[in-house]
Design a protein around this ligand. Structure first.
Ligand SMILES: [Zn+2]
Length: 139
């Protein structure tokens, strides 16, 4: 892993308290601390699924040497290209630099949803609405 991580801090925050231009979920490095931020969803399980997704995505991306700047640059360009379609996810695109991290994170997230007997479609619909409310989503 390119970054030394001595702590992971996962916080549930309001969308408006995310870094500028970020909606739904976010991760970044602060020295040796991996900071993960997610919004509160309708249930605790969904919020934790989102937190596990974001944490997994960060760890896999960092292992690949992908930087926060690369992620932010891609997400912002993607949002400009697709301002209206919040059902699309930047991480699912073939040219996305963190697509492997996003896919691995989604796999882990789905396992958790299965273990907790969550309805994936309803969860995914809720995530899409967050993207609409915030103007963008990099979940
Ligand atoms: Zn993702």
């Amino acid at each position: 892993m390119s970054a030394i991580i001595n702590k992971i801090s996962i916080k549930i925050i309001l969308n408006e308290d995310m870094r500028p231009g970020i909606g739904g979920a976010d991760w970044y490095l602060e020295n040796d601390v991996l900071q993960v931020r997610v919004v509160r969803l309708s249930t605790q399980k969904r919020t934790m699924e989102l937190a596990v997704h974001e944490t997994t995505e960060a760890l896999v991306a960092l292992e690949q040497g992908i930087t926060v700047k690369q992620v932010d640059d891609y997400d912002m360009a993607f949002e400009k290209k697709h301002p209206e379609n919040h059902g699309l996810n930047a991480g699912d695109q073939s040219d996305c630099p963190y697509k492997r991290a996003h896919c691995a994170a989604t796999a882990i997230e789905r396992i958790l949803a299965f273990a907790w007997d969550e309805n994936w479609q309803e969860y995914d619909d809720e995530l899409s609405k967050i993207g609409c409310e915030s103007g963008e989503s990099n979940v």
